[in-house]
Write a protein that binds this ligand. Structure first.
Ligand code: PMP
Length: 751
């Protein structure tokens, strides 16, 4: 651990020199007055009615440390301009950071205000502190700088490296700090990699806050970004909470701060679970640093030990109350319902009693989940499972940007599409921008089933016919009509006279499908005609998921397109499975061909778990439908839904997930093929949607269950359920693929 900036004396700069520096570098002629500080020297510069803070950096610090702080302030203010941060004043030459005699310089506006009350803190202020920490967390997201990654004693996650400082502590304090370090290793270190990391302020404490003297609940300034680090974002909530426990019972104070943070920047339960341990860790860190200051005879000892007794008070109160008891109360304040102690058998019994019997649980050993993050799920026993099945959390479970968009729009407004609200049509415009002409008009719905149901209504209205042609084992939804056009669901025996099927492995597995499809479509047409029907639409799931997962064979969509045109039917691409980049950089399954469908239906990944679906078509078809029909859906296309949809698209773009699907999907297929396992007949599928055809459905079922036991969740599909379905969130990396393939190799058995 590098203590250089603490060992090195603070810059020897007095008032006169500070005033001179302000003038020379910033053109500000004023008087200087010293302010308290740990490693740097700070001065209030007064120039008439204008007031500033000049910081002169410690020479032992990184030369770009102050520049990083200024850049962070500018970044946060760009994201949330009303945050009460001290604006950065640039040097005469326009730079964010000046330099005097080897020392870095920073000038910001001075924010006038009063220090928060030292005792009897009003709960309102505690909430404001949590809220401001949450806002800062959201605003700092996306910011990064090399300084944030330095080894720095005040970075809370580096606490174990402060253990040598125990040499300066003895007695009961030593025992409790040793316990706290042990608990840190036990409870925090194992979950660190699962916590969302970002630029964190790292020191939201009352010395770095000022309030409005006339309204002490109102925070008017937050400063000192000197302890910023790349850390789990939860540390800002925990550190802010620590200082709010000084004069009170800690559970209530933590609950107030953390729930207010959570309301602005929603936290996952894995983050809330460690709050009391992080608060204790902050106390231990502070006590160790204070002990070091005493032990080394620091010149700044009063400042450096100022909080020690208060920190000791918090640590002992935490110990007396028992940290484990605190988590449920903090979680409850955040709106989490605590059922963590419900036994598995009780949860199963309740479910069996109250949920309809058609709703199956997956796996012979059902999974009892508590949280998710990225590709990982955590079960009630804290065991991590790699989710390689779920294509709904498309950009990863609990993606902070998506959750944050959902929460902030819910706080502002939600309503239906009968009002003009910014964001809704913007999202439709964004969606349409991802599709070829003439697909340009959107209906929002709430699921893939509704999307296909509406597509069928449109096709019926536009063609005046009832017939539907699907693939042989397709699934298109759960409404009465979509279930009937889903042979996987209804079975061919229950097929209505208006539905007919094409496909099968011979067609979908063929390299070129044009001729085969042509003759199958004609036969289907003929069958419909025999019952007095004609095709209104031909619909394809463009990854043929229930048919066994296939890449779109060459010529298939083109053939369907020209055949539909000739016979007057519409062509519908069901992108519920393949869309939004899962199939790779073509972004849509159909887009691997030249042909453009009349209607595209969307669902599953669109809202990353928030129920969203859509139907996209041309202006001509939309107008024809509107001339005879109405369509409105209460929840569909709400400002909340479209805010979520927009965040999902933002993440797909910013994290380049369509390209990732292509690269990681290709790697996954290659690695499975490389196993050369005797039970594997075929490995296929576009992008990150991989089918592994096995010799039998029994083997597929056993493999899926064995993978689950080994901590990897997959499924099976295909007409005989003989194809393993591997379809992880698109944030899956090659490292995750290695885990999947190792588990697959071990589960398949054989050579
Ligand atoms: N179309 C396809 C291709 C699907 O896979 C599904 C769902 N598995 C649906 C439509 C129906 O979507 P939802 O369950 O969201 O209604």
């Amino acid at each position: 651990m590098d203590f250089a900036v603490f060992d090195n004396p603070r810059p020897s700069v007095g008032e006169a020199l500070a005033a001179q520096i302000a003038f020379d570098h910033y053109g500000i002629s004023g008087t200087a007055e010293p302010l308290a500080g740990e490693r740097d020297r700070s001065f209030k510069i007064t120039c008439g009615s204008r007031e500033y803070v000049l910081k002169v950096g410690n020479i032992a610090d990184r030369p770009d440390a102050l520049e990083a702080q200024s850049a962070a302030i500018e970044w946060a203010l760009a994201g949330d301009p009303s945050l009460p941060l001290a604006e950065v004043v640039r040097t005469k030459s326009g730079s964010m950071s000046g330099r005097h005699d080897g020392h870095a310089l920073q000038l910001t506006r001075f924010i006038a205000g009063a220090p928060p009350p030292e005792s009897n803190t009003p709960p309102g202020l505690r909430r404001r502190v949590g809220q401001i920490a949450g806002r800062l967390s959201v605003a700092l997201r996306g910011f990064d700088h090399p300084t944030l990654h330095r080894a720095f004693p005040w970075t809370l996650t580096h606490l174990p490296e402060l253990a040598p400082l125990l040499a300066h502590v003895d007695g009961r304090r030593r025992g409790l700090i040793v316990d706290t370090l042990g608990r840190f290793e036990e409870r925090i270190v194992p979950v660190l990699s699962r916590l969302p990391h970002q630029a964190a302020h790292g020191d939201i404490n009352p010395d770095n806050i000022v309030v409005d003297p006339a309204d002490p609940d109102r925070i008017v300034g937050v400063f000192d970004f000197g302890d910023m680090s790349w850390s789990p974002r939860i540390i800002d909530a925990a550190i802010a909470a620590t200082y709010q426990c000084f004069d009170t019972e800690p559970t209530a104070a933590m609950a107030q701060v953390v729930s207010a943070f959570h309301a602005v920047d929603p936290l996952a339960s894995v983050e809330i679970d460690i709050i009391p341990d992080l608060v204790a860790a902050r106390c231990a860190q502070s006590l160790l640093m204070a002990a070091r200051s005493v032990g080394t005879g620091s010149e700044n000892i009063d400042y450096e030990t100022g909080d020690a007794e208060l920190m000791w008070g918090v640590l002992t109160r935490l110990e007396e109350a028992g940290r484990a008891q605190m988590v449920p109360r903090i979680a409850a304040a955040c709106g989490f319902r605590d059922q963590s102690h419900r036994p598995f058998e009780d949860a199963m019994a309740l479910r069996m009693r109250r949920l309809a019997p058609t709703l199956d649980l997956s796996y012979d050993q059902p999974v009892y989940l508590s949280s998710g993050e990225g590709v990982w799920l955590t079960d009630r026993d804290g065991r991590r499972l790699l989710d390689a099945y779920n294509n709904v959390p498309h950009v990863g479970h609990a993606h902070p940007e998506v959750v944050s968009a959902l929460a902030s729009q819910s706080r502002r407004l939600t309503t239906n599409t009968r009002y003009l609200v910014d964001g809704v049509a913007d999202y439709a415009d964004r969606l349409v921008g991802l599709m070829p002409d003439p697909l340009s008009v959107v209906w929002f719905v709430n699921s893939g089933s509704e999307a296909n149901d509406l597509a069928y209504r449109i096709a019926r209205a536009v063609t005046g016919r009832r017939g539907v042609i699907t693939t042989a084992n397709a699934y298109h939804g759960s409404t009465t009509v979509t279930a009937t056009m889903s042979p996987e669901e209804s079975g061919p025996a229950d097929f209505e006279p208006w539905a007919a099927r094409v496909g099968g492995k011979d067609l979908l597995g063929a390299a070129v499908a044009a001729e085969g499809l042509q003759s199958q479509l004609e036969a289907a047409h003929h069958r419909l005609a025999k019952s007095g029907e004609a095709p209104a639409m031909v619909i394809f799931d463009t990854v043929f998921s229930s048919d066994g997962i296939f890449e779109v064979p060459a010529g298939l969509i083109e053939t369907a397109r020209s055949w539909a045109d000739d016979c007057g039917a519409l062509l519908v691409a069901d992108e519920v499975q393949a869309g939004f980049g899962r199939a790779g950089t073509s972004f849509w399954g159909f887009a691997s061909s030249e042909a453009i469908p009349d209607i595209v239906t969307l669902g599953k990944p669109m809202g990353n778990g928030y129920p969203m679906g859509a139907v996209v078509t041309s202006e001509t078809i939309a107008a024809e439908f509107a001339s005879t029909s109405h369509f409105f859906s209460t929840f569909a296309g709400s400002p909340v839904a479209t805010a979520v949809g927009t965040a999902v698209l933002d993440v797909i773009e910013s994290e380049d997930l369509a390209a990732n699907a292509e690269v990681v999907g290709a790697y996954l297929k290659k690695e499975i093929e490389a196993l050369g396992n005797q039970h594997v007949i075929d490995v296929r599928g576009p992008g990150l949607f991989v089918g592994v055809e096995l010799h039998s459905s029994g083997l597929a079922e056993d493999t899926v269950n064995e993978m689950r036991r080994r901590g990897v969740l997959i499924g099976s599909t295909g007409p005989n359920d003989e194809v393993l379905k591997i379809r992880p969130p698109l944030v899956c990396t090659q490292h995750h693929v290695d885990i999947i393939v190792d588990a697959l190799a071990a589960s398949l058995g054989g050579a």
